[in-house]
Design a protein around this ligand. Structure first.
Ligand code: PXP
Length: 239
């Protein structure tokens, strides 16, 4: 049964609009826990546009369920993660101007740096995941680099209208890559852009471990509340 990691970045996005302390990321994390979701995920971006260092420190202190920190290969952030020691780190590519994480890591180009960061994090007992495109080549490189897990980028899939030819093409890419992930003995996670319409095709993929979902849940929470939004997603994920 797949697990749901709730990404609460966009609670912080809203908070940062006014910078007067609410809505509280800690209150959100407690709701994630009480709903029975399996993990809290946040992305500490280099530009600190939503999650702040202090959020990460507080979450580490209060969370009873696993804490997954998404981060780039930036030296200062890697040092911070090594100090904080979240349960899991997902290494992602990052560009300042992007609205959200575009594309997976280029493991060939960043080979040496990724290898070194993976090794440092693992030495601290942190589970290390690499955010990659659903491509066989990237899965094999992730294995070679010593990652424990990969998170397959579902962004391209999520942009397709459910049921179209393009949708099934992208779904197939994810299924093929997933098979290799399992064959390589890596933990299989996926995320980005998943919503209430497109998630169920991904959650039934054999061996799927965790789906990290943020924007669609927070957007739905605006109308129905965070608790209901998470519980609705949990039903679709835990099939
Ligand atoms: N997984 C990773 C690695 C991400 O970078 C993000 C976005 O921060 C997500 C999952 C969540 O994506 P979304 O907010 O579109 O659900």
């Amino acid at each position: 049964m797949p697990k749901l990691g709730v990404n609460i970045d966009h609670i912080a996005t809203l908070r940062q609009q006014r910078k007067i302390g609410y809505p509280s990321i800690i209150e959100a994390a407690k709701i994630v826990e009480s709903c029975g979701a399996h993990q809290v995920t946040v992305h500490l971006r280099e530009d600190r546009r939503h999650i702040q260092d202090e959020d990460v420190l507080q979450l580490k202190k209060i969370l009873k369920i696993p804490f997954n920190l998404e981060m780039s290969l930036n030296n200062e952030i890697v040092e911070f993660a090594l100090k904080v020691k979240p349960d899991e780190v997902c290494i992602v590519p990052e560009r300042r101007q992007e609205l959200t994480t575009e594309g997976g890591l280029d493991l060939e180009k960043n080979y040496k740096r990724v290898k070194s960061v993976v090794s440092q994090l693992k030495q601290r007992g942190i589970i290390v995941s690499l955010f990659i495109e659903p491509e066989i080549k990237s899965v094999l490189l992730a294995k070679e680099l010593g990652a424990d897990a990969v998170e397959l980028h579902t962004g391209r899939y999520s942009l397709c209208k459910v049921g179209t030819k393009k949708f099934y093409f992208e779904l197939n890419r994810i299924k093929k890559a997933s098979k290799i992930v399992i064959e390589q003995g890596l933990i299989l996670n996926a995320g980005h852009g998943l919503d209430y319409n497109n998630v169920k095709y991904i959650s039934i993929i054999k061996g799927m471990n965790t789906l990290n979902i943020g924007f669609s849940i927070v957007a739905r929470a605006v109308f129905v509340g965070l608790e209901k939004a998470i519980k609705e997603m949990l039903k679709l994920v835990t099939v």
